[in-house]
Design a binder for this molecule. Structure first.
Ligand SMILES: [Zn+2]
Length: 431
């Protein structure tokens, strides 16, 4: 079980070479992409954790160069890696975060009441992962179906009693589902929109799958927060797009879908949950939440190219501050280890050039990662108990979005006076 790219896979076909050498075009509106948002250099695929035997082999690195479309303001990565390489053996299991499960349970409770879902409804989740969310609908007796391209995670969902189609979602899959009576009252897409290579096919598929009076809800990290808080480490090859509300509205409108409500939620450093309906369904008026969010984005200038041009320098300064802090404490002969081995950690460590010289090892609760090494930086990953036995002076929290939960879990480290470091927006030691 690994998704490290072998050399054979790197020798791309003629079609692939042509696709990559051409000027990149916007994955939504097809306009040529000419403006850099941020260039994080070359990075390995962030979920390709290495075994000890792989450490002495060549590793594939791809550009993490993010562009912004000057027509629709969709912030996006170029087509550097084909999606088949990324998602088929995805190591991420949603169920490993307590706060994420709590968030999911709260959502299921809220939405099943709001839409009056029951035994005759059908809920479909796109990129349903290991059934972390749909399991709560199943517990309520609401029929649920997952669509998940990664076979290994889909299998875990099935074991939880969550029926799961192993497919990439798009128009074709949606048509097949509707043909066998699987049109949905509720379509859910949490943190999947960013990972969709063909946005038009995916959103077009939602229109097909959704019953005439149905609702789709999608959650995605908010670009406004990414920019305001230097969350450059949420940029990785698995995330093709980074959304503002104004860009998302345009994309859904192009497919006959309307955003009629929006919630701002704290997950993944600040996300938006949008509520979507068919343009023909006038029973659901557009809420003031949508209007005010749109106005806020226009006020900060998300519809102007110059607003995006300032981000690069912010990111470079954040890198300098983190390195300065780590170099200082290492020179004082302090021991520094990491907590977590999330995808975002790999972007951060590779971009900043942090290896075992600055971070001895990291730990993670996911047993799949134990005994493996972070891609690119080759930092070893151990079970969390390692922190107790080695008693480090500093713990760098890589999944900073779970910082509060992690500080509670690691309260015992206060016993020997360990301190926590969060890397962004600007590196700092927690009090
Ligand atoms: Zn565009």
């Amino acid at each position: 079980m690994n998704n490290t790219i072998e050399l054979d896979d790197v020798e791309m076909g003629a079609e692939e070479a042509k696709r990559r050498s051409a000027v990149a075009h916007c994955r939504f509106c097809q306009a040529p992409l000419r403006h850099t948002f941020v260039d994080l250099g070359m990075s390995p695929l962030c979920e390709s954790y290495l075994t000890a035997e792989q450490l002495n082999r060549m590793e594939a690195f791809y550009p993490l160069h993010v562009m912004v479309c000057q027509e629709c303001y969709l912030v996006q990565l170029g087509d550097y890696v084909s999606p088949e390489h990324i998602f088929t053996e995805y190591a991420y299991f949603s169920s490993y975060s307590d706060s994420w499960l709590k968030h999911s349970w709260g959502y299921v409770d809220m939405i099943s009441q709001r839409l009056a879902l029951g035994g005759r409804s059908l809920v479909v989740e796109l990129a349903s992962n290991d059934g972390y969310l749909l399991q709560y609908f199943v517990q309520k007796g609401i029929p649920a179906l997952g669509v998940e391209p990664a076979g290994n995670v889909a299998k875990v969902a099935e074991e939880k009693g969550v029926p799961t189609l192993i497919e990439f979602f798009g128009r074709q899959t949606a048509r097949k589902m509707v043909a066998v009576g699987q049109a949905a009252d509720l379509v859910i897409g949490n943190n999947v929109l960013a990972q969709v290579p063909d946005l038009n096919d995916f959103v077009g598929g939602i229109r097909i799958l959704l019953k005439p009076g149905g609702v789709a809800t999608l959650e995605f990290p908010h670009l406004e927060r990414l920019m305001a808080e230097n969350q450059y480490d949420t940029i990785y090859h698995e995330h093709f797009s980074y959304f503002s509300l104004i860009a998302v509205e345009k994309i859904f409108a192009a497919h006959g879908l309307v955003l009629f409500d929006a919630d701002e939620i704290p997950t993944h450093g600040g996300s938006i949950r949008i509520y979507v309906r068919h343009v023909e369904d006038c029973s659901k008026p557009i809420s003031p939440a949508v209007t005010s969010l749109r106005e806020r984005e226009l006020t900060i200038g998300l519809d102007r190219a110059e607003t995006y041009a300032t981000f690069s320098e912010q990111v470079m300064e954040s890198k300098r501050a983190l390195l300065e802090l780590l170099i200082r404490v290492r020179r004082e002969r302090k021991r520094v280890v990491g907590y977590g081995a999330p995808g975002k950690g790999n972007t951060l460590l590779n971009y900043c050039g942090i290896r075992t010289d600055l971070l001895e090892f990291t730990v993670d609760r996911n047993p799949y990662k134990h005994g493996r090494f972070l891609p690119g930086t080759h930092i070893p990953i151990y079970p969390p108990e390692r922190i107790g036995s080695c008693r480090p002076d500093y713990i760098l929290i890589l999944p900073w979005n779970l910082k509060d939960e992690i500080v509670v879990q690691l309260a015992y480290t206060r016993e020997w006076g360990a301190k926590f470091i969060v890397p962004i927006p600007v590196a700092r030691v927690l009090d």
